[in-house]
Design a protein around this ligand. Structure first.
Ligand SMILES: Cc1ncc(COP(=O)(O)O)c(C=O)c1O
Length: 187
């Protein structure tokens, strides 16, 4: 894993996602195929893989490519959107923490934030019109850990100004999350 971080860190500085992708570490198939091999094993004998359901070489490869496109240090791929969203929020927030979220989010995410997280985990959410940056700023409290937005909301297509949200987040809270379904540069 350390080797992966060292390999991807300089890519963050490059602006063009395609250049970052082209410059990312090239992986070939097991027998030298020009594409990375698709791993079908579900159980592994050692190393950094154990069961395919949690992590396997194909998922790792996809994560590296997405990280290169996004200019991120690393990416972890899940088998569903709600798995990615709920596991990330549960990893970032503790009981008593607070989230500022767009009031236009996917229904499953809305239910997670509005019903499940406060009742089961003591994590509360304030919903705001995400295009109103003053409303976002005003909703932040000392307990806020995450600003959550969908790049283009599902299904109403409200556009989130990610650079502006990131600026607010990085000055006030630890992290901004965004769901990118439907507008990834590549899938
Ligand atoms: C923005 C957004 N978040 C989360 C989800 C949930 O994804 P999944 O159905 O893969 O759990 C969807 C599904 O359409 C979505 O559009």
């Amino acid at each position: 894993m350390e080797e992966q971080r060292v390999a991807t860190r300089p890519l963050v500085d490059q602006q063009d996602p395609m250049e970052r992708l082209a410059a990312s570490k090239r992986e070939f198939g097991e027998f030298g195929g020009v594409n990375a091999a698709v791993e079908v094993a579900t159980t592994f004998t050692g190393g950094c893989y154990l069961y395919g359901r949690s992590f396997n070489p194909t998922v790792r490869h996809l994560g590296r490519q997405l990280a290169a496109l996004e200019g991120a240090e690393a990416a972890y791929c899940c088998s569903s959107g709600m798995a990615a969203i709920s596991s990330t929020l549960l990893a970032l927030c503790n009981s008593g923490d607070h989230i500022v979220a767009s009031n236009a989010v996917y229904g499953g995410t809305f239910a997670l934030l509005k019903d499940f997280l406060p009742r089961k985990c003591g994590i509360s959410t304030s919903f705001v019109p995400i295009a109103d940056l003053e409303a976002v700023r005003a909703a932040i409290t000392p307990a806020t850990k995450v600003i959550y937005a969908e790049t283009l909301s599902n299904p109403t297509l409200v556009v989130a100004d990610l650079p502006a949200l990131a600026e607010i987040a990085h000055s006030r809270v630890s992290i901004t999350l965004r769901a990118l379904r439907g507008c990834y540069p590549a899938c």
